[in-house]
Design a protein around this ligand. Structure first.
Ligand code: ADP
Length: 968
């Protein structure tokens, strides 16, 4: 893979990538400690520009403060005593040069991208989970060094204040916590204020010795220490000395933990920026080398003053001798020493504790997917150190450090190789990717190089390849890692750096995280397909539910299986996926961890016994073995329990995933059905609209010629010159025309109702008045036919109801018209009943009746029973259809009972709410006024039943004599 120079995000507007959101978002609220960035100090994030507001000097000064650690003098003293001046000098020089060279690229990348040691490691060849190993080593380093430095301080407290060591350990540890809780904000202040005094106290003894006893320096250069080869140079001794000093290479981690706060490099600040970077980054070793040599010199001086061999490399003793040159009175010298030691150790231990809190945060956040806050890990780190000190396991710790430093050197070697070889060669991306969302869990480049180099150099360190290799084990670690990283990068074609192409995000302004709702700079954000939005690096790190949906092939388990499938036959890899394999792996891990811890304690105890003069008892070993056996048994049960628990969790997870999937599918299906329904509805509506438009248009086209025909028929009927037999023909023409016109009007109504275009026009209706008009109209018609007309129930009616008056009238007129039409003798009755807001209108006649088989049919359009009434009057077949549609439109129902030859009863039930305080309605009057203009014209030209009925309604209240008008 070739990597472009561009950063992770391409300059492009944000695209909201269509993502299927699979996980329900739960808003993450960080606790007070995590949310407060002064406490949190971007422990798990890149350091945003907005927070990098300190001056270059302030940041550099803070980082430089760490150089105060007295372990430097102790190491210098130790190697000078063990290997003589010449070997120590060259070892210090060579190692310092290497430390400087490795520190330079690390500092540059960390400062440029605002990354601490862990984030840098992730991106520079180790991968997201790969760097948990280095986090753990780094964290261990910080608490081991913390313990060693705090112990030096406790010695000083003991010396001056006679404070017992056990309490001294506690005091010198706990004092650091409040100084580190507020991160760089407080630490930078502390370093700033203590720096001047510290420098004076540091330099003073050397200057005074130089002044009072310059010969001491000359004598020092011939100091042979324990070296059997004398004061000359010896390659093996040089190598051993260098190996001890080499552990300092990891100090660059603590430097960059602060350097990441440097402001962005610009044209204006570039000189200051580079000065700060070089002096506080790799430059720490310049001062460090001076202190190493100073320690060597002071140890030599202490020996001159008859300090015992084992005490001469203790910094407190060294500086006590030094200050005795400065102050004539011993108590002054002691006070100055104590002050200097306390100052130095507080300065270094704030840094150790700070770096440790970052490393633990990083380690546990990835392991447990939770982050209680940097402050918690700060306390945790200090407490481990306290326990180590109180247990007094210093000798064992030093041995562990020796082993550890091989791993640390291998780590730095692989890291630097990535930065200075792989990146320029294009084997690794130009920028540093640190986000889980875009990283492989393990990148074999860094992890592989570190493992190979560590194993090789530890084997050498333990003497597997002879004394020369043993002496140079550190060099082996560095060289192997440095060479292997590019080789692996080349072999894997840089495939494991970036897990997926980043979705471009806008590069300006802050972006909001979908989970925690906080805003961060774009470097800290990634597009998350699981949550369907932009997620911040911390929420991403802590998510345990997404199962790396964005990069499934980049998960550790998948990577491991893929790697195994390449080298092992398939049946074996299948077996490896089994429960048993899981169990065995886990138990092996537990057992190894137990063995390591017990071995450490055993080692420590046997040293203690040896010092006490008792040789390591066989009993001790037996006890340890028994304890180990018991613990392994417990671990065996625990491992089985863990396997089962993780399996049941997996099953539950799968089940819930399956359910979620089903639900998602169902939702999707519903959505599709819904869309289809909507579509069908739209199609139907469109068709309906088209139909009703068509009907409207057509009825208009038909009505025009029909009106002409009717007009002429009327004129001809009145023409006295036309013979009587021809008048019948004209009468047929007129009746047929009227029938057609009725059909057209009815069809138009039905079309409107069916297209849903007929809107009810509800208002206040004066019910007695309406009924009175209708009754008057049909009394008239019944009378013409010689029928009796009855109206019942008028007294129990509400005065005003809420209804569409026009439609209500239409319904009643249709029913009554039918009753009159199909009744030749007897009576027609309209009965009204009103109860609990339900109005019941019953139209009963003694007419021809309807046969049972026709009862359902008559409500369909164009359905007639065919039993013509006496006059042979056959209707349009639309009246009842319209009546039923209107009734239903008004929320009511219509029923019919009938017996042929006896009569029929149509019943309409409607919900008509009562209006108690009717407003005076101008509408009726307006309607009438509206109709008035048309009245005369229709009266003149037309005489058809529907219009006649309508006119009757309108004209009766106005005092018109309808009978006159209807009969022409
Ligand atoms: P139209 O009266 O215009 O023919 P309708 O839809 O009003 O159309 O009536 C449909 C048929 O139902 C009528 O043709 C008639 O046969 C029958 N019908 C309706 N009302 C009555 C009634 N009161 N008595 C007997 N038959 C009726």
């Amino acid at each position: 893979m070739k990597f472009s120079d561009a950063g992770p995000a391409v300059q492009a507007p944000a695209v909201s990538a269509p993502a299927t959101q699979r996980i329900v978002k739960i808003r993450r609220d960080y606790n007070r400690w995590v949310a407060n960035e002064t406490l949190e100090d971007y422990a798990l994030r890149f350091t945003p520009r907005a927070f990098r507001k300190w001056s270059e000097f302030r940041v550099a000064n803070t980082a430089i403060g760490a150089v105060s650690f007295l372990a430097l003098e102790a190491i210098g003293g130790t190697i000078a005593i063990a290997y003589g001046f010449t070997n120590a000098f060259w070892a210090i020089l060579v190692v310092s040069a290497i430390v400087f060279l490795t520190g330079l690229p690390i500092s540059y990348y960390a400062s440029k991208y605002g990354l601490d040691m862990d984030l840098l490691t992730r991106g520079a060849g180790f991968g997201y989970i790969g760097s948990t190993i280095t986090s753990l080593i780094y964290a261990s380093f910080t608490f081991i060094f913390f313990a060693l430095e705090a112990a030096i301080m406790a010695l000083a407290l003991d010396l001056y204040f006679k404070l017992p060591l056990t309490i001294g350990y506690l005091v010198s540890s706990l004092v650091v916590i409040p100084l580190v809780t507020h991160g760089i904000t407080l630490i930078s202040r502390l370093q700033l204020w203590t720096q001047p005094l510290w420098i004076v106290l540091l330099v003073l003894p050397y200057v005074v010795v130089l002044w009072k006893e310059p010969s001491a320096f000359v004598d020092f250069t011939t100091f042979a220490g324990h070296a059997e080869t004398g004061s000359g140079f010896n390659l093996l001794l040089f190598g051993s000395a260098a190996t001890i000093a080499f552990s300092l290479i990891a100090q660059i981690g603590e430097q960059v933990d602060f350097l990441r706060f440097l402001p962005e490099k610009t044209r204006e600040n570039r000189v200051r920026w580079w000065s700060a970077l070089i002096s506080a980054g790799p430059g720490w070793i310049v001062l460090g080398a001076a202190k190493l040599l100073g320690g060597a010199f002071l140890a030599f001086l202490a020996l001159q003053h008859e300090v015992s061999l084992d005490k001469a490399s203790e910094p407190t003793q060294m500086y006590l001798i030094g200050f005795q040159y400065v102050f004539a009175r011993p108590e002054w010298a002691l006070a100055a020493t104590t002050l200097f030691v306390i100052l130095s150790q507080v300065k270094i231990n704030v840094t150790n504790a700070y770096a440790g809190s970052l490393a633990w945060s990083n380690f546990f956040a990835r392991l447990t997917h939770s982050h209680p806050g940097r402050v918690v890990w700060l306390v945790f780190n200090v407490l481990i150190a306290v326990v180590l000190m109180e247990l007094g396991v210093f000798k064992a710790l030093e041995h562990v450090l020796g082993l550890y430093s091989n791993v640390a050197i291998a780590w730095v070697g692989a890291l630097v190789a990535d930065l200075v070889v792989n990146k320029p060669l294009g084997l690794s991306p130009k920028y540093i990717e640190f986000k889980r969302a875009h990283l492989y869990d393990v990148n074999p480049v860094g992890v592989g190089a570190m493992l190979i180099a560590s194993l090789l150099s530890i084997a050498a360190f333990l003497g597997a390849f002879g004394p020369a290799a043993q002496a140079f084990s550190s060099f082996i670690a560095l060289a192997t890692a440095f060479a292997t990283a590019p080789l692996i990068a080349f072999a894997t074609k840089g495939r494991f750096y970036i897990a997926r192409e980043p979705v471009p995000l806008p590069r300006t302004g802050a972006l909001k995280c979908v989970i925690c709702d906080n805003a961060f700079e774009h470097e800290d954000m990634a597009h998350c397909p699981a949550y369907g939005g932009t997620i911040c690096s911390l929420c991403c790190s802590l998510d345990a539910r997404c199962h790396d949906l964005c990069k499934e092939d980049a998960r550790l388990s998948v990577q491991v299986m893929n790697a195994l499938e390449r080298v092992l036959p398939e049946p074996v890899t299948e077996q490896l996926k089994s429960r048993l394999a899981h169990y065995v792996t886990l138990l092996l891990g537990f057992t190894l961890a137990l063995a390591a811890i017990l071995a450490l304690v055993y080692y420590q105890e046997s040293i203690a016994l040896a010092i006490a003069g008792t040789p390591a008892l066989p009993d001790l070993r037996a006890v340890f073995l028994k304890v180990f056996a018991v613990l392994v048994l417990i671990a065996a049960v625990a491992a089985w329990w863990v396997v089962l628990a993780s399996e049941s969790r997996k099953v539950a997870q799968e089940e819930s995933n399956r359910q979620t999937n089903l639900l998602m599918r169902e939702i999707e299906a519903h959505r599709r059905t819904d869309a289809k329904l909507q579509q069908a509805k739209e199609v139907a509506e469109a068709a309906n609209l088209a139909k009703s438009r068509y009907v409207t248009g057509m009825s208009h086209e038909l009505r025009t010629p029909l009106n002409s025909i009717l007009g002429y028929a009327q004129i001809l009927q009145k023409d006295a010159t036309i013979p009587v037999n021809r008048r019948d023909a004209i009468d047929v023409i007129r009746r047929s025309g009227e029938h057609l016109l009725g059909l057209i009007d009815g069809l138009l109504d039905i079309a409107k109702i069916e297209a849903g275009r007929l809107r009810l026009d509800r208002g206040e209706v004066h019910l007695p008045e309406l009924l009175d008009q209708i009754v008057k109209m049909f009394e008239l018609q019944a009378e013409i036919k010689g029928l009796a007309f009855r109206f019942e129930g008028a007294d129990a009616l509400p005065v005003v109801v809420h209804a569409d008056e026009r439609r209500l009238r239409q319904i009643l007129i249709n029913l009554l018209a039918n009753a009159v039409k199909f009744t030749d003798s007897g009576s027609v009755t309209l009965k009204v009943n009103y109860q609990r807001e339900i109005a019941r209108f019953e139209v009963t006649d003694t007419g021809i009746g309807i046969p049972d088989r026709d009862l359902a049919r008559i409500f369909l359009p164009f359905e007639r029973t065919g039993t013509a009434n006496q006059r042979g009057d056959i209707g349009t077949g639309l009246g009842l259809a319209i009546t039923r549609l209107l009734t239903e439109l008004m929320g009511g129902e219509i029923t019919v009972r009938s017996e042929p030859g006896v009569g029929s009863t149509f019943e309409v039930k409607l919900h008509l709410s009562r209006v108690d305080t009717p407003r005076t309605t101008p509408r009726l009057e307006a309607d009438i006024a509206g109709y008035r203009g048309a009245v005369r014209r229709i009266l003149v030209v037309d005489d058809q039943p529907i219009q006649r009925e309508m006119l009757a309604n309108l004209l009766l209240p106005l005092g018109f004599d309808v009978r006159l008008a209807a009969s022409g």
